[in-house]
Design a protein around this ligand. Sequence first.
Ligand SMILES: NC(=O)c1ccc[n+]([C@@H]2O[C@H](COP(=O)([O-])OP(=O)(O)OC[C@H]3O[C@@H](n4cnc5c(N)ncnc54)[C@H](O)[C@@H]3O)[C@@H](O)[C@H]2O)c1
Length: 189
Amino acid sequence: MRHKYYEPAMVSGRSTGGKIPLGLKRKGLRIVVTGGAGFVGSHLVDRLISRGDSVIVVDNFFTGRKENVMHHFKNPRFEMIRHDVVEPLLLEVDQIYHLACPASPVHYKHNPVKTIKTNVVGTLNMLGLAKRVGARFLLTSTSEVYGDPLQHPQVETYWGNVNPIGNSFLHAPFAPFFLYFFFFFFLVC
Ligand SMILES: NC(=O)c1ccc[n+]([C@@H]2O[C@H](COP(=O)([O-])OP(=O)(O)OC[C@H]3O[C@@H](n4cnc5c(N)ncnc54)[C@H](O)[C@@H]3O)[C@@H](O)[C@H]2O)c1
């Protein structure tokens, strides 16, 4: 059965002065989750779908699996795109959760150049999309940005102890660059 969509201002034929009347649910958001077939992403997708949002998962299945999200396949608010974030993508969305990146050492060391491209080019592509459609953006990172920490737990003023020629450099220290991306993209570009 098809559902009618009522403009909040015209519910019951009366003007509601722009306010959403009690009893009407808020309209769900359109959200893209990159890396949504992975460990963290698939749980995030469950949560977003259960609160009423529409979710598009973008994943190249390098470490993620369809099985992690296939229980949503019949849900009309769920879509899945096999896509590598290193390539640009245009979608109309309200929010972007950018999780696409191999997270475990065995995976991010498998092809170091590809990992760097995913981190740098992939994040630039998603930031470009966010800017183009005016979407809010969330980027996940890892505690490895602190290197082998000399302090635990790490407070915001702690600058870390990173070995720039160590293995985790592939994956971890890009987080500070992402912060520069944010500022350059939204303030300068
Ligand atoms: N798992 C944790 O405990 C943990 C803790 C802190 C931070 N994080 C961060 O959360 C994010 C996700 O971690 P996870 O544990 O879910 O990892 P994961 O490997 O399970 O998921 C990553 C997902 O990204 C996809 N992916 C990788 N490269 C891609 C590309 N180029 N294009 C499209 N999709 C791509 C993979 O196929 C996978 O589905 C990572 O940034 C990680 O650093 C994870």
